[in-house]
Design a protein. Structure first.
Length: 196
């Protein structure tokens, strides 16, 4: 899953939200300088990724995407699924998406100085251009995939993931609606386990 889903699945705890957000920029077990709650946010992020990567529904979607983006299919699917979360937001949340995003941005704004340097850099543009709010539009996903494609070391052709999404738009939507409730339960169970 990508940033929108990770923030949403973090629950209300600001340390968990922050840890989940910076997790991709924390390598291995280099967690010594972080509080236990922030560490738990990183662990939640990794638990979400592990569950997502091995789920039968996501494996099916990645097979379709592989024709377009080869080994970058998991990356493309993570971003594409953020579109379907934004599009179906009120199916999963009682809070309006703009309200959720404003609250999330406020939390992250207050902790930007604590973010790893690469996360700070990326967050500046995410916040300024409201990447997460724009995921509701297919064009927002095209921009995200194209931008990421430009930043990969090798030719990833990630932008072609957009073509795959549009070709099977409703199928990805159906698959997401099957998968995401199970991921929600997994994230809730994980959060309950670390607080017990």
């Amino acid at each position: 899953m990508n940033y929108l889903a990770h923030l949403f699945l973090s629950g209300p705890d600001e340390d968990i939200i922050f840890g989940n957000f910076i997790a991709d920029h924390i390598k291995g077990n280099h967690l010594q300088h972080l509080t236990d709650e922030v560490k738990n946010g990183i662990r939640l992020h990794r638990a979400i990724d592990t569950f997502t990567d091995s789920h039968p529904v996501t494996l099916t979607g990645k097979i379709r995407l592989r024709e377009y983006v080869n080994k970058y299919a998991p990356v493309a699917l993570d971003i594409i699924y953020d579109h379907y979360l934004a599009k179906n937001w009120l199916h999963f949340s009682d809070e309006e998406l703009p309200v959720f995003l404003e609250r999330s941005y406020r939390i992250l704004d207050g902790r930007k100085a604590e973010m790893p340097e690469k996360a700070q850099y990326m967050y500046t543009y995410m916040r300024r251009d409201n990447w997460l709010g724009n995921y509701i539009h297919p064009e927002g996903i095209l921009r995200a995939l194209t931008g990421l494609s430009r930043r990969t070391t090798f030719e990833s052709h990630l932008e072609k993931g957009f073509d795959a999404m549009m070709k099977d738009y409703n199928l990805f939507d159906e698959e997401f609606k099957l998968f995401f409730p199970e991921l929600q339960e997994h994230a809730k169970d994980f959060l309950a386990s670390i607080k017990s």
